[in-house]
Design a protein around this ligand. Structure first.
Ligand code: AMP
Ligand code: GLY
Length: 424
């Protein structure tokens, strides 16, 4: 098969790496890709937010199957247009992608499905939002309704913080995403991510993970897109996963189908778990980045078969072959991230790294310039490894980190600390 993956981050490098291991893959193109992806697949410059261009590109290159990595192309209907053109695609329609693109939509669906989540209110007016905060008290969570690149959520520990967040959002701090605001009850517990595939009828769990959102060791400092992740998530035990499926994910999927927008693709449920009971924090309509890197390391070549089965509506007859293993990914970021950072610094030592089914350094934000790999983003590399224990995976991942010569970069040294403490 000729396969096209849309995206340019570490998630897409990991997807490409897994797909290429599958003998069903004849040709792989990644658009737009990055310097790491270019070492294993063809990369093509393509505006992946233009559905018409994506369809034309797929037709011209005889593509049999398109895998959409990020949420933005999904939200603008790239999957819809590909399906209309008769091209097989992994990823939900724009209507179903609202499970990520609109927080109030998700809350409504959860209420209709009876899925446990935080109590919430939806506001289009700053005064009403502030009155709600004063009535509820802190801690409380203020969210911009639309896509805000993971930055539109303020967990306010005081009423004043919440009021300031409301002023910022209605003042345009998040552009169009902030003109509608959702205010939620603060949920306590431990967070974990649950990944399932859906084909509109069947739901198939494919793994659990936890990420580290804060930039600094000990989970301190500002929030980022994720500084590292590991899989499986010990807090998401089989019993908790079963409850999440029965109480949250399956009712949500059934409600989507009932409303005429069956969900097809990967659904990433962010859960808050307290006393063995999961509640939904949020849905994402794509793989997590960097969680995907750890998941692909564990799933390997079967990841392709699973995504292909989801796209063809065959999940009912599909099984996941679990290995009793652990994976970890450590993000190397440019100094300054998630604030201002410089671009263009040279990264050395990458050619000394292992490239095996146990250890891979995925590229997230790199380009090739005059034969050298340079950093082009905030999150730049993902040292990813697998082992019989999380400690073994951690040691392999950090051995890669230590072999990379990039003075302008940094990483957290404590990815997985919570689970490693428990592993002992
Ligand atoms: P979201 O983008 O909705 O996942 O929110 C980003 C982060 O904010 C989550 O990963 C949680 O750590 C936190 N968060 C969001 N909503 C809540 C909530 N209702 N209670 C507690 N923490 C929350
Ligand atoms: N790592 C969090 C996300 O992909 O949203």
């Amino acid at each position: 098969m000729n396969i096209l993956i849309l995206g340019s981050g570490g998630r897409e490098h990991a997807l490409a790496w897994a797909v290429l291991q599958n003998p069903k893959c004849d040709r792989l193109i990644v658009a737009p890709g990055n310097a790491g992806i270019a070492q294993i697949a063809d990369c093509a410059a393509l505006d992946i937010l233009d559905p018409g261009l994506v369809v034309t590109f797929a037709e011209e290159n005889a593509i049999d199957f398109v895998i959409i990595g990020p949420e933005a192309p999904l939200a603008v209907g790239v999957a819809d247009r590909l399906r209309e053109a008769g091209i097989l695609v992994f990823g939900p329609s724009a209507a179903a992608a609202r499970l990520e693109a609109s927080k109030s939509f998700t809350k409504e669906i959860c209420d209709a499905a009876g899925a446990p989540t935080a109590a919430w209110g939806h506001f289009t007016d700053a005064d009403a939002a502030k009155a709600h905060v004063r009535a509820q008290g802190a801690p409380i969570v203020v969210k911009a309704d639309g896509l805000a690149a993971g930055k539109g959520v303020i967990v306010a520990m005081t009423e004043n913080e919440a009021i300031t967040a409301i002023d910022d959002m209605f003042g345009g701090a998040f552009g169009g995403a902030g003109t509608e605001v959702v205010i939620e009850e603060f949920m306590e517990g431990e967070e974990a991510s649950f990944f399932v595939l859906c084909d509109g009828e069947t739901v198939l769990p494919i793994g659990t993970a936890q990420d580290h959102k804060r930039v600094g060791d000990g989970d301190t400092g500002p929030n980022t897109g994720g500084m590292g992740a590991y899989s499986p998530a010990p807090v998401l035990t089989d019993a908790v996963a079963q409850r999440a499926l029965d109480e949250i994910v399956r009712p949500t999927m059934a409600e989507m189908t009932r409303r005429g927008m069956p969900y097809q693709g990967v659904l990433y449920a962010g859960l808050m778990i307290k006393d063995g009971a999961p509640r939904l924090v949020e849905y994402n309509v794509r793989f997590g980045d960097p969680e995907c890197q750890a998941l692909m390391m564990r799933l390997g070549a079967q990841a392709f078969d699973l995504m292909h089965a989801a796209a063809e509506g065959r999940l009912k007859d599909t099984e996941v072959n679990w290995a009793d293993d652990h994976a970890m990914t450590v993000v190397l970021a440019a100094r300054g991230y998630p604030g201002e950072y410089a671009k263009g610094s040279v990264i050395r030592g990458l050619d000394t790294l292992p490239e095996t089914s146990f250890a891979m350094c995925f590229h997230a934000g790199t380009a090739l310039r005059d034969g050298q790999v340079v950093a082009t983003g905030g999150r730049v590399l993902n040292a990813t490894a697998r082992g019989a224990t999380l400690a073994e995976a951690r040691d392999r991942a950090y051995a890669m980190v230590d072999a990379i010569n990039w003075p302008e970069g940094f990483c957290r040294r404590d990815i997985g600390w919570r689970a490693l403490d428990a592993e002992g």
